[in-house]
Design a protein around this ligand. Sequence first.
Ligand code: SF4
Length: 292
Amino acid sequence: MNYEGIVYRPPSEARSLIIQVTIGCAHNTCTFCNMYKAKKFRIRKMEEIMADLEEAAAGPFASYIQRVFLADGDALVMKTENLLEILAAVKRLFPQVTRVASYGTAQDILRKSEEELTALRKAGLGIVYVGAESGDNEILAYIQKGVTAEEVIAAGQKLKRCGIHTSVTLISGLGGRERVARHAISCAKLISRMNPEYASFLTLRLYEGTPMYADVVEGRFQRITPDEIVEEMETFLQNVDSPGTVFRTNHASNYVVLAGTLNEDIPAMLEKLRNVKKTQHYRVFRETGDLL
Ligand code: SF4
């Protein structure tokens, strides 16, 4: 398997076979993100992708592979005909696979027609992980996400119409001290309108070399405290209305682990937040010179 550079995948894809179909991220301008800064974006050649799939199929663990994750940052940027060829190869080589997943930007999803997305779903694409980050257009512009909240919502609704599950990621603290409530309420509106199958929050962590890291060090952006993160999450949960969405804050960056189903588990999650704030039993993170 010819992996190039550091390969990222969502926590829920920990047991998946990871196949890099692109290298890096076609967008690669988000000011908080350092994941693909060392990679120059390119779509891999089909023969390289097929060779990786054949190699995995010939390996000793082939029959245990249940899920496949197409990396890197936004596999959906590929032409649909090529994605369909890859999905057909997955089906042929690993007939037991139950789900293929990828990251996808709102831009890529909106660029594809509903016929294309439906064809991808029928070929095995079961879930797309969308990094929405915030539902507030000012925050999205500040982080140079390249899309508006309305476009992210439209992309999620399109995936839903085409039968592809969506997992939406948001970032706690992304609005800084100036926009705590605004960020929380906008995220709640975004999730309510998308009604994705899964939604989660990470907490803002910044690596040296990113523009946002410099903003913090030079005083242009004030990060919020764990207590304020909890208040932001309380505001989110008090405003969200997305029945059936599986909700998690269980990433390594989160100060408080929450797990439940919206809307039914909102009271229990609010109760947990109140208790953690009272006892100050936050998960602790190590800040270093190059990680805030
Ligand atoms: S956050 Fe996602 S879209 Fe933005 S640069 Fe990073 S990988 Fe690309």
